[in-house]
Design a protein around this ligand. Structure first.
Ligand SMILES: Cc1ncc(COP(=O)(O)O)c(C=O)c1O
Length: 397
């Protein structure tokens, strides 16, 4: 049995109910690097997907968590605690909004945004009871709850989970005319990923997000931006909507908001929108707990410096410059922004991803022909160049 086979067997043994697409077993991690149980090191280019935008065990974040561990971690929701107010105020300020509703996973935040849009639609917009609809886009990935998979267009995510939640209309991503045609007086929201992550880092045509904003404003519908993967510095700006100077009505955040330490997600909007929830009408046991808030506050403080956005912009420009020079007989297209890329190959991506793993780089394929690259924003230029050298080698093999 080869070493890889052994690790694959070990991985499978430990994960009979939890599919792990890469056959390695991680024991430790720091910065942009992870180490497997045999002491082999890999550069982790899966950071957007796994929520470690700021690197594994970022010292600022582990320190914030440790400080809070020595004070208070969880309390009954019957109490206030001293991290909640500052967290929601600081995150709201980062987003330029009034209110924050913290949850835990990304899917829960998306569900919260959908509930917000419906409740707002009935109580503020005046849509007749039971008639609200929300528009979503083909190729979307917003999580795995029964309602969210109801508007998925991926059979793997959706099939066999019906009956599906009604009230969604799905149109092609990037198609302004289809969106316009689908909207009517009962449309309460448009749920959009500013860049579709799981679909393969799909950047919409220029002007699309502006058009979504304008159509939502004209139609009196909420623009719900799912920035769970695209947000928090990943694309070189705090939020990916900023590339078109668009301000959505609702930001949906998750993944890196928990600093790679805790599941922390949030919905952020103004009071006239999020204020539709009255105390006791929505929430979760763990949402907004003291440890989560302390870590989230540090994430917000780090983003306020602009340092991570700048790293993503500068290193991302360098990465895209190098990716753009890959041979066109192997690479069909490179998409993305900042330190985030989908490299669309002419052939299958899985063998390239496996070869990269042998070379010490973790980059998972998606949809047969795309390799996704999303290094932690703390990656050094030297490490990034080394990873890109390995990609060039893997593509030649
Ligand atoms: C854009 C987007 N929304 C929502 C989710 C779901 O987040 P979670 O897995 O934390 O529920 C993801 C996860 O990949 C995502 O990329």
């Amino acid at each position: 049995m080869t070493r890889t086979d052994q690790l694959r067997a070990l991985s499978e043994e430990h994960s009979a109910h939890n599919y792990h697409p890469l056959p390695i077993v991680i024991a430790e991690a720091e910065g942009a690097w992870v180490t497997d149980v045999e002491g082999r090191r890999y550069l982790d280019l899966l950071a957007a997907y796994s929520a470690v935008n700021f690197g594994h065990r970022n010292p600022r974040l582990t320190e914030a968590a440790r400080r809070q561990l020595d004070r208070v971690t969880l309390v009954s929701r019957a109490f206030e605690h001293d991290q909640f107010g500052p967290f929601v105020a600081e995150l709201a300020a980062l987003c330029g909004k009034d209110m924050v509703l913290p949850m835990n996973s990304g899917a829960e935040a998306v569900e919260t945004a959908l509930k917000t849009a419906r409740k707002w639609g009935y109580e503020v917009k005046g849509v007749p009871a039971g008639e609200a609809n929300i528009i979503t886009f083909e190729g979307n990935f917003h999580g795995r709850t029964t309602t969210i998979v109801s508007f998925s267009t991926d059979p793997e995510a959706k099939d066999s989970y019906g009956p599906y939640t009604p009230g969604f209309r799905t149109v092609p991503y990037g198609d302004v005319e289809a969106l316009r045609a689908a909207m009517d007086a009962t449309t309460v929201g448009v749920l959009v990923e500013p860049i579709q992550g799981e679909a393969g880092v799909n950047v919409p045509p220029s002007g699309f997000l502006t058009a979504v904003r304008e159509l939502c404003t004209a139609n009196g519908s909420l623009m719900l931006a799912d920035e769970i993967q695209s947000g928090l510095g990943r694309t070189g700006t705090t939020f990916a909507v900023e590339h078109e100077n668009v301000v959505p009505d609702v930001y949906i955040l998750g993944k890196a908001l928990g600093g790679g330490i805790m599941p922390v997600s949030a919905v952020v909007a103004d009071t006239d929108v999020l204020g539709v929830f009255k105390p006791g009408q929505h929430g979760s046991t763990f949402g907004g707990n003291p440890l989560a808030c302390a870590i989230g506050r540090e994430v917000v403080a780090m983003l306020r410096t602009g340092e991570y956005q700048e790293r993503s912009r500068e290193l991302g420009a360098h990465m895209h410059d190098r990716l753009g020079r890959l041979p066109s007989d192997v690479v069909r297209e490179v998409r993305g922004r900042g330190l985030w890329a989908g490299v669309e190959l002419r052939g299958r991506a899985r063998p390239v991803s496996e070869r990269l793993m042998e070379l010490g780089v973790l980059a998972k394929e998606t949809h047969e022909t795309t390799i996704r690259l999303a290094p932690p924003l703390v990656i050094s230029r030297q490490d990034l160049d080394w990873a890109l050298d390995q990609l060039e080698i893997a593509l030649k093999d």
